[in-house]
Design a protein around this ligand. Structure first.
Ligand SMILES: Cc1cc2nc3c(=O)[nH]c(=O)nc-3n(C[C@H](O)[C@H](O)[C@H](O)COP(=O)(O)OP(=O)(O)OC[C@H]3O[C@@H](n4cnc5c(N)ncnc54)[C@H](O)[C@@H]3O)c2cc1C
Length: 453
C-alpha cells in the first residue's frame, strides 16, 4: 500500500509531494532540481549533534503546505556519538556500535540528505560548494564540528596522538598494545619505563577521560595478558595548564575528579604547561618526563573551511554569533555546535563546546527558522540550561554533577552508562552496546589489535 502511495506521490508537484510524504511517513528522495526549485531552501552543513537536531526540529515545526526544502550535507553517512568513544578505546565495544547512519533519522521525515564533502562557503553569493556541485541557499546552518587544535609547540604535531574520531579510539588501543609489547621486549630498564609511561596533555574533560581510559585499558585489561609485567611500573601522567581539572565544571567536581584519578595512581599535574615533545620525552614547565607516548587533548579549533570565512572569529576560529545564533551582517546564516562562539543571553556565560549544548542550539535554530518562515521575527534570545555534567573516570567509577549534587564511584559510573545508552538514538546500537559492555565485564576488554590502514 505504501509503495503505491509513494509511486503516486513521486509524480506530484513539490509541495503536494511533501504533504503526501508526511501522510505516508515514507521518505522520498529529492533531486538537485527539486531542491533548487523550492521556494525556500534551507541548507544544513554537518549531520552531527547540532546539524541533525536542527533538521529534526524543522521537520517537527514546518508546515507541509510551505514550499520549503531542507537539505543536510555530510561527508560521512553516519552521525557519530562522541561521548561513547571512551568505551571503544577501553576495548569494551566496537566503533560500529557508536555510529548511527544518517538515513536512519531521515525515514518518515521531510528533510533530505546529501552525502558529499563541503568544499567552499560563499556567504556573499549565498552558495555552498560541495563535491556533488554547488547548492545555493536562503538559510544556512553551519554545524561542521571541530578538530583538535595543535598549537605551535616544538615536536607536538609530529609526536602527539589526537583523540577525536572513531579511528583514534582504535589507534589508541593499537598504540597501547604496541607500547606494552615494546616494554616486554626491552632489556634496558629506563627505556622499559619510558614505554610504560603514558602522558596526556590537557586537563579538560577530554584529557581527564582519556587518562582514565588509558588507566582502565591497561590496568584492567591489557596487564591481565602480561602477568609478568609489574603494574607498579605503569605510569600515567595528566598535565593541565589551568590550576584545576575540568575547569568548565564546579570546583567541587574538579576536586573530586582529582581525588579519584590520584587514588587510581594517575599523576595529576595542574598549573603545568607542555613545552615540547620528542619521540622519547615530554618537556614541561616543571621538567622532562621520559615517555614514548603522548596524547594531546588540550583544545579544539574550527576546521579550515570555517576559519577561512571573512567574519568575526574567536581565537580558536569559532564564529562569533549574536544572541540568536546568527552571524552578524549575515542574519540568514546560523551557527550551531562547536564552531559557534556563543553566550547565554541571561547570564552572559560562554556556551561550552559540548554535545549537549550543540543539541540545544540545534533545537533553538530549527525553531527560530521555522518561526521566521511563519513571519515571526522576534525570536527569544538563546539561553542554555545544562542538564548536568558526567564523566567516566576508569574502572567502574565516574563523576556526576546533577544540580547541586556531585558524586563519584559506581553510582556515577551507572548513571553515565544509563544516560548515554538512553540517549543514543538507535535500538540496534543500544543492544550492541549492552551486549558488548556485559561481555567485556565478564570476559575482559578486547585486546587484539585491528589495523585498518
Ligand atoms: C572524545 C570526545 C568525547 C566527548 N564527550 C562528550 C560528552 O561526554 N558530553 C558532551 O556533551 N560532549 C562531549 N564531547 C563533545 C561533543 O562531541 C561535541 O561538542 C559535539 O560533537 C559537537 O557537535 P557538532 O554538531 O558541532 O559537531 P559534530 O557532532 O562533530 O558534527 C559535525 C559533522 O560535520 C561533518 N563535516 C565536517 N566537515 C565536513 C565537510 N567539509 N563536509 C561535509 N561534512 C563535514 C562531520 O562529518 C560531522 O558529522 C566529546 C568530544 C570528544 C572528541
Amino acid at each position: 500500500m505504501s509503495n503505491v502511495l509513494t509511486d503516486v506521490s513521486r509524480r506530484l508537484p513539490p509541495f503536494t509531494r511533501k504533504l503526501a510524504q508526511k501522510v505516508t511517513r515514507e521518505h522520498l528522495s529529492e533531486t538537485a532540481e527539486d531542491y533548487l526549485s523550492a521556494k525556500t531552501r534551507i541548507l544544513i552543513l554537518g549531520a552531527g549533534f547540532g546539524g541533525l537536531t536542527t533538521a529534526l526540529q524543522l521537520d517537527r515545526l514546518l508546515d507541509p503546505s510551505q514550499d520549503v526544502s531542507v537539505l543536510v550535507i555530510d561527508r560521512n553517512n553516519y552521525s557519530f556519538f562522541h561521548p561513547l568513544l571512551w568505551t571503544v578505546a577501553s576495548g569494551r565495544t566496537s566503533p560500529s556500535s557508536i555510529v548511527v547512519p544518517v538515513r536512519t533519522f531521515q525515514r518518515g521525515r521531510s528533510f533530505h540528505v546529501l552525502h558529499a564533502e563541503v568544499t567552499g562557503i560563499d556567504l556573499d553569493r549565498k552558495v555552498v560548494e560541495t563535491s556533488a556541485g554547488p547548492r545555493p541557499y536562503d538559510y544556512l546552518v553551519l554545524g561542521l564540528g571541530s578538530i583538535t587544535a595543535f598549537p605551535n609547540l616544538p615536536g607536538l604535531k609530529e609526536n602527539a596522538l589526537p583523540f577525536h574520531a572513531p579511528s583514534h579510539a582504535m589507534e589508541l588501543r593499537n598504540h597501547l598494545i604496541d607500547a606494552v609489547e615494546k616494554a616486554h621486549q626491552c632489556s634496558d630498564e629506563a627505556d622499559r619505563k619510558a614505554w610504560l609511561t603514558f602522558v596526556v596533555g590537557g586537563g579538560g574533560d577530554t584529557g581527564v577521560e582519556l587518562a582514565a581510559t588509558i588507566y582502565e585499558y591497561l590496568a584492567d585489561g591489557l596487564y591481565r595478558r602480561y602477568p609478568w609485567l609489574n603494574t607498579s611500573m605503569l605510569r600515567i601522567v595528566l598535565i593541565g595548564r589551568s590550576d584545576r581539572l575540568m575547569p568548565m565544571s564546579t570546583p567541587t567536581t574538579s576536586q573530586k575528579v582529582r581525588q579519584v584519578l590520584e587514588e587510581e595512581g594517575i599523576e595529576v599535574l595542574t598549573g603545568v604547561s607542555v613545552e615540547g615533545v620528542t619521540a622519547n620525552a615530554v618537556q614541561t614547565s616543571q621538567g622532562e618526563i621520559p615517555a614514548h607516548t603522548f596524547f594531546w587533548a588540550a583544545g579544539i579549533s574550527a576546521p579550515p573551511l570555517i576559519t577561512g570565512l571573512d567574519v568575526k572569529q574567536a581565537r580558536n576560529g569559532a564564529l562569533i554569533v549574536n544572541d540568536r545564533m546568527q552571524i552578524p551582517g549575515h542574519e540568514e546564516v546560523f551557527v550551531v555546535g562547536d564552531i559557534a562562539w556563543a553566550y547565554d543571553a541571561a547570564n552572559k556565560e560562554g556556551i561550552p563546546p559540548t554535545a549537549q549544548a550543540a543539541e540545544h542550539e540545534g533545537a533553538y535554530v530549527g525553531e527560530t527558522i521555522a518561526g521566521l518562515l511563519k513571519g515571526k521575527k522576534d525570536a527569544a534570545p538563546f539561553m542554555f540550561k545544562p542538564r548536568g555534567h558526567l564523566a567516566l573516570l576508569g574502572r567502574r567509577t565516574g563523576v556526576a554533577q546533577v544540580g547541586p549534587y556531585v558524586f563519584t564511584g559506581m553510582a556515577a559510573w551507572f548513571l553515565w552508562h544509563a544516560y548515554y545508552l538512553s540517549h543514543i538514538p538507535s535500538w540496534r546500537s543500544r543492544l550492541q552496546l549492552l551486549v558488548n559492555w556485559t561481555l567485556a565485564g565478564i570476559a575482559g576488554p578486547e585486546t587484539s589489535q585491528l589495523r585498518l590502514e
